[in-house]
Design a protein around this ligand. Structure first.
Ligand SMILES: Nc1ncnc2c1ncn2[C@@H]1O[C@H](COP(=O)(O)OP(=O)(O)OP(=O)(O)O)[C@@H](O)[C@H]1O
Ligand SMILES: [Mg+2]
Length: 380
């Protein structure tokens, strides 16, 4: 008897878990996912615009626009599961693929985190505090938002912002006109600028069966909206309990599968959620060397229906981003226990082109090594 077409295109649920991973976007996150998959027998295929992306240097890549229906269908046809290096794929582009491959994390999780207003609405619905904010769609709306929320505040595009792009900090009413000139248009959000004592994040994973694991908290230092370096574990039992509770609420509400992160501001001993990432996160890069199982491996395990690995930290880690260009490899590698990651990207001002991780058995030694390493790194 002829096999019905629908069976042919359904994901093959192997006894061993799924094993062909299609990754939309071939940036450094995708590359590190693909690399983490190889030892587990997981094979990745990317879709991205260019031939020389970080991902294309380590796995086969289909070349095309990320939302090109034909290329997405081709990627899905070659995959048991589709996942994302770039989370801004629309639900509309993904809908036709749902019958071909599993989409993990689910499209609804991507959609909610694509829009800062929807993301904040989800946090609020789940009783997770967020900064006071208002949607802004025209100049009158910006005036109204600054009147209600005051200064300082941050005007942000609701969609497609990253590394602090699409943001403007307003200090007084004198900044309104300039902010509007730079970002003006519909689809903005004005948030109160929070005087936080620290920025932290939590990275965790949820399996298809609903098991949730999370890494120790990470403390993050940003300059100009871009992450410069992170240290982990950030030890604070009360904040950790809160962060885990919030992460669990979000992952459960979204019936999430894979790794996700939530960024928080610490304000007066409380956690205020800034944003979530429905993917592996820059503040989790230290887990490659600094945890029993890396965030990249746990993402691959989760989406491929393999048991999640231990998130226990191995000592104390610091991760430093290389921005704009790579530092001298020879000098850095002379530092004991330093791991060097070159993403294979062209240098460009402000661009994340690599990172390094240092580990020490004790936090004080880690802090010393971090300070010494920071002296060798120039951000451009
Ligand atoms: N409401 C706020 N109050 C104080 N600082 C803020 C606020 N919003 C953003 N920032 C600062 O700007 C940084 C980047 O903001 P946000 O995380 O919203 O943008 P992003 O472009 O998505 O960044 P990334 O992609 O690097 O996470 C924050 O980590 C924080 O340092
Ligand atoms: Mg952020």
């Amino acid at each position: 008897m002829k096999t019905p077409a629908v069976l042919k295109t359904r994901p093959i649920l192997q006894k061993n878990g799924l094993s062909r991973v299609g990754i939309v976007g071939a940036g450094q996150l995708g590359r590190m996912m693909a690399l983490a998959g190889y030892p587990l027998g997981l094979h990745s295929v990317f879709l991205d615009r260019g031939k020389n992306t970080p991902g294309a240097q380590v796995a086969e890549t289909l070349i095309g626009e990320l939302e090109d229906p034909g290329q997405l269908a081709a990627l899905a046809a070659r995959s048991d599961v589709l996942t994302f290096d770039w989370e801004n794929i629309s639900g509309k582009a993904l809908a036709p693929l749902a019958h071909v491959a599993c989409i993990r994390p689910p499209a609804a999780a991507l959609e909610v985190s694509q829009d800062r207003l929807h993301e904040k609405a989800l946090f609020t619905r789940l009783n997770i505090p967020v900064a006071p904010h208002r949607a802004v769609d025209d100049l009158a709306g910006l005036h109204e938002a600054t009147r209600v929320l005051g200064f300082p505040g941050v005007l942000k595009t609701r969609r497609l912002g990253y590394d602090g792009k699409g943001q403007f900090v307003l200090r007084s009413s004198a900044d309104v006109a300039l902010a509007w000139d730079l970002l003006g248009g519909p689809g903005l959000i004005y948030e109160r600028f929070l005087r936080f004592s620290r920025e932290i994040s939590i990275v965790g994973a949820r399996s298809p069966a609903g098991r949730i694991v999370s890494y120790p908290l990470t403390a993050n230092t940003h300059v100009g909206g871009v992450l410069r370096y992170s240290v982990a574990p950030y030890v604070n039992a009360k904040l950790e309990r809160l962060a885990i509770t919030y992460l669990r609420r979000v992952l459960k509400a979204l019936t999430y599968v894979g790794v996700a992160a939530i960024e928080f501001f610490v304000v007066g001993g409380r956690l205020i959620a800034n944003e979530m990432a429905p993917r592996v996160h820059n503040s989790g890069h230290w887990t490659i060397e600094g945890a029993v199982t890396s965030q990249f491996e746990n993402h691959m395990r989760a989406i491929c229906e393999l048991p999640l690995g231990s998130t226990r930290a191995l000592g104390h880690s610091a991760m430093i981003n290389f921005l704009g260009g790579l530092p001298d490899r020879r000098r850095l590698l002379a530092i004991e226990g330093l791991a060097y990651h070159d993403y294979g990207k062209e240098p460009r001002p402000g661009r994340k082109v690599g990172h390094c991780t240092i580990q020490r058995p004790r936090a004080t030694d880690r802090d010393e090594a971090l300070a010494a390493t920071l002296k060798l790194i120039e951000w451009t």
